[in-house]
Write a protein that binds this ligand. Structure first.
Ligand code: AMP
Length: 118
């Protein structure tokens, strides 16, 4: 069983933000901003590549509610899903990072020159 499935099953402790029948939101153990929450589906999908569209729609609605609960919906925030090796995904259970609480940087994404792709 993957680490996030263990969190859903309460085999590993986590700091809950919100929960419903299908989704779970909890604080990231290694926050990169004042607010850094992970949102996961209770059904295991390896990554964003695998979630059915209808489920993704419901997850979007849940994340909107999470942003309101966290009080960052008006100040602004960022939703990120790392996918696969190049995406930097470390945990193989679909998750969205909800990050905010301060002005976020827009970073240096790739160790390659974008001009090489055009
Ligand atoms: P990613 O690189 O997109 O796969 O992100 C995985 C995230 O999971 C990282 O930000 C980790 O800090 C976070 N993480 C890993 N284990 C735990 C845990 N037990 N509780 C909370 N967050 C975790």
């Amino acid at each position: 069983m993957c680490i996030f499935c263990k969190i859903i099953n309460k085999e590993i402790p986590s700091n809950t933000v919100a929960e419903n029948e299908e989704f779970y939101a909890f604080h990231d153990i290694n926050p990169k901003a004042p607010v850094h929450v992970l949102v996961i589906p209770k059904t295991h999908y390896n990554s964003f590549n695998d979630i059915p569209g209808e489920m993704m729609g419901k997850m979007g609605t849940f994340m909107q509610e999470v942003a309101k609960t966290l009080g960052i919906d008006q100040s602004g925030y960022r939703i990120i899903s790392n996918i696969g090796e190049n995406g930097g995904q470390e945990v193989g259970h679909l998750h969205f990072h909800v990050v905010g609480g301060a002005k976020l940087h827009w970073g240096h994404f790739a160790d390659a020159d974008p001009k090489d792709f055009f």
